[in-house]
Design a protein around this ligand. Structure first.
Ligand SMILES: Cc1cc2nc3c(=O)[nH]c(=O)nc-3n(C[C@H](O)[C@H](O)[C@H](O)COP(=O)(O)OP(=O)(O)OC[C@H]3O[C@@H](n4cnc5c(N)ncnc54)[C@H](O)[C@@H]3O)c2cc1C
Length: 444
């Protein structure tokens, strides 16, 4: 079977390209199947500091830093109705490693994809995998519009496409309503940002109905989005492509920062998350990045997790294909890495939707350096799992969240921000303000 590849990779996003790069450099015959053509828009522009050593190990830091980007040294959190926000800097974390950036994904993903090609991977764009015909170690067949492709191992990095997850019936949404989310987002020019070193701080602004992000991705453009619950949206009579305008018009902090902004009056939409596709590895396959599970994007974890997972899946596949490692052992190691690293974020994400968590988080400091540990976790120092010094402080923090909720005594109580309760104001300088005003008029 001379036409058989060692590895077939579905998806040329950060997870798939990283896996392809590592395997191609090791001399494997690799084929990447990507349904779109790069450059293509993708949301998710803010990375964790833990991605920097990874980019260095992969020899990619220079080439991606040559692209337009904004250095990120920390983050800003606030309630949507309170101009007084909380900022933190990654340098105060307990684990060293603090440099990273925000970047437009169209550029970033294309560079990673091209680097995989330069390393020797065969790249096929505009090639969607339509069906999995066979999925067994050394006998993988996937069907595309251009015919069947054979390989020895399959890496599914198809993002929300979750090709293997759907094929094997593994994809499951979470029962918890709080984890069901929909996002509305766009890029805008001339959004007010923080100054100097804080220019790249992602701004996260919280309300009862959802939360906003504002992420500077180059000197002029800022990514702005609103994440909320589908159930809440059903109570509004707003077309999905105007939901972002509706939300901005009701959030004093975001509205203020966008007072001179220009950009589209409509927005993009991404629904149907979060989910998981367990087991993350099995006979003939590894699931990488969003094809394995999708975490709520609040802490900007997705790209870093996808690249760490892509690298690990590639290294394990190399050892399996050369006979150095039994497939079952490789699968076990991979599952452990993904469970260990994502588990800690699931805990923080669940906490984030509790008001008491937000009150403590906004306080900025805590006993026994608990805040420094949380910052290190948010910097992505969680592989294969967080160090003991981070783990016990995280438990302490979670205990404090419970105590604050029950007794309200650890930090001052903070008023809620409700978008529905706010009076809407139009944004005169955004294109299509009339449309927005019409949309807000229909709001409950
Ligand atoms: C609202 C929102 C905000 C986010 N913000 C952040 C953030 O700030 N920071 C961050 O790190 N992450 C963020 N994320 C998450 C991040 O975007 C993803 O985790 C990341 O893109 C995962 O990379 P990946 O390679 O697994 O998948 P993707 O980047 O989605 O790549 C998958 C690729 O597979 C291709 N594909 C799909 N189906 C097929 C098929 N059948 N055949 C062939 N190709 C296929 C797709 O075209 C795509 O190119 C955010 C996500 C959302 C929804």
């Amino acid at each position: 079977m001379s036409d058989r590849y060692d590895a077939i990779i579905i998806g040329g996003g950060p997870g798939g390209s990283t896996a392809a790069l590592v395997m191609a450099r090791a001399g494997l015959k690799v084929c990447v199947l990507e349904k779109d053509k790069h450059p293509r828009f993708h949301i998710g522009e803010s990375f964790l500091p833990r991605a920097t050593p990874l980019l260095q190990e992969l020899g990619l830091e220079k080439v991606v830093r040559a692209l337009p980007h904004v250095n990120k040294t920390g983050a800003e959190f606030g309630f949507g109705n309170d101009m007084k926000t909380m900022k933190f800097d990654f340098t105060i974390g307990l684990v060293p490693g603090t440099r990273i950036f925000n970047i437009a994904r169209a550029d970033y993903d294309k560079v990673l994809f091209d680097q995989a090609g330069l390393a020797g991977a065969e790249l096929r764009e505009n090639t969607a995998v339509r069906e999995i015909v066979s999925l067994k170690q050394d006998d993988v067949i996937v069907r595309t519009g251009a015919g069947d492709i054979r390989g020895r191992i399959l890496i599914d990095a198809s993002g929300h496409g979750t090709v293997v997850g759907r094929h094997l019936g593994l994809r499951q949404n979470f029962d918890e309503p709080e984890l069901q989310k929909v996002a509305y987002f766009e890029h805008f020019d001339d959004v007010e940002r923080l100054h100097n070193d804080e220019d790249g701080h992602p701004g996260i602004f919280m309300a009862d109905e959802g939360w906003f992000w504002m992420i500077g991705i180059d000197a002029k453009r800022t990514s702005v989005g609103f994440v909320t619950r589908p159930e809440f949206v059903k109570t509004l009579n707003i077309p999905p492509h105007q939901l972002l305008q509706w939300a901005i018009s009701r959030c004093p902090v975001v509205r203020h920062r966008m007072r001179n902004a220009t950009g589209p009056s409509t927005n993009r939409v991404l629904a149907d998350f979060s989910y998981t596709c367990k087991p993350y590895a099995g006979d003939g396959y590894f699931l990488v990045g969003d094809a394995a599970c999708f975490l709520d994007p609040i802490f900007s974890t997705g790209v870093t997790l996808a690249m760490v997972g892509g690298k690990k899946a590639a290294e394990l596949s190399i050892n399996v294909l050369s006979g150095k490692l039994a497939p079952a052992k490789a699968q076990k190691q991979y599952i452990k890495l993904i469970l260990g690293s994502t588990g800690v974020f699931w805990g923080l994400i669940r906490g984030y939707y509790r008001h008491s968590f937000r009150e403590l988080f906004m306080n900025g400091t805590g006993p026994m350096q608990v805040h420094k540990a949380i910052i290190s976790i948010l910097a992505g120092h969680v592989f294969p799992k967080p160090k003991w010094g981070l783990r016990w402080r995280l438990w302490l923090f979670q205990f404090c969240v419970w105590g604050q909720e029950k007794f309200g005594t650890f930090v001052p109580k903070r008023p809620h921000c409700s978008l529905v309760a706010q009076s809407p104001e139009p944004l005169p300088l955004i294109d299509g303000a009339d449309t927005m005003a019409a949309a807000t008029a229909h709001a409950i």
